[in-house]
Write a protein of this length. Structure first.
Length: 163
């Protein structure tokens, strides 16, 4: 099993959105039995909570299913994960610092690095939490734009993983 975990700050907006979108892409690609997708937050403020209602609304309107319970990312998880996807540069920095080994730190990547249209200045998925519903819709667009490239990379990794 190839394991991917999306990480944002509180695990109620961006990372559960990315988890739901990517899980749908994995299922559509026929990789559901080979790829496990989940999410977490760098902090535990919302641990046990569901996704933000605006996240749920935007996902449902776009046809994505989600059942989410927030949790905090733990350094011990690196051992079982193959890829850790940070939603912004701050998460990338925090996760790499948390990684117990250089090998684990190398597992951390920025989501938008998989979007060929994203420039270095556009590497982050902006946090929509303190804004309007428009920010959540933009978040979904950015997540979807990166998901195709991420799926291609995961598909290749799964081939290598099972070879």
């Amino acid at each position: 099993m190839y394991r991917v975990c999306f990480v944002c700050t509180g695990n109620i907006c961006r990372s559960p959105m990315a988890e739901a979108v990517f899980r749908a892409h994995v299922a559509e690609a026929g990789l559901g039995d080979q790829v496990e997708v989940d999410s977490a937050g760098t902090g535990g403020w919302h641990e046990g909570d569901g996704a933000d209602p605006r996240t749920v609304s935007v996902l449902e309107a776009a046809g994505y299913e989600q059942a989410h319970q927030a949790r905090q990312f733990r350094a011990s998880w690196f051992e079982r994960l193959d890829l850790v996807i940070a939603l912004d540069a701050g998460h990338l920095r925090d996760l790499r610092a948390l990684a117990p080994t250089p090998h684990d730190a190398a597992k951390v990547r920025l989501l938008r690095s998989y979007d060929p249209a994203a420039t270095a200045a556009e590497a982050d998925v902006p946090d929509p939490y303190y804004g309007s519903l428009d920010g959540f819709e933009e978040c979904l667009e950015l997540v979807e734009a990166a998901s195709t490239g991420l799926l291609d990379a995961v598909r290749e990794a799964v081939k290598e993983h099972t070879a």
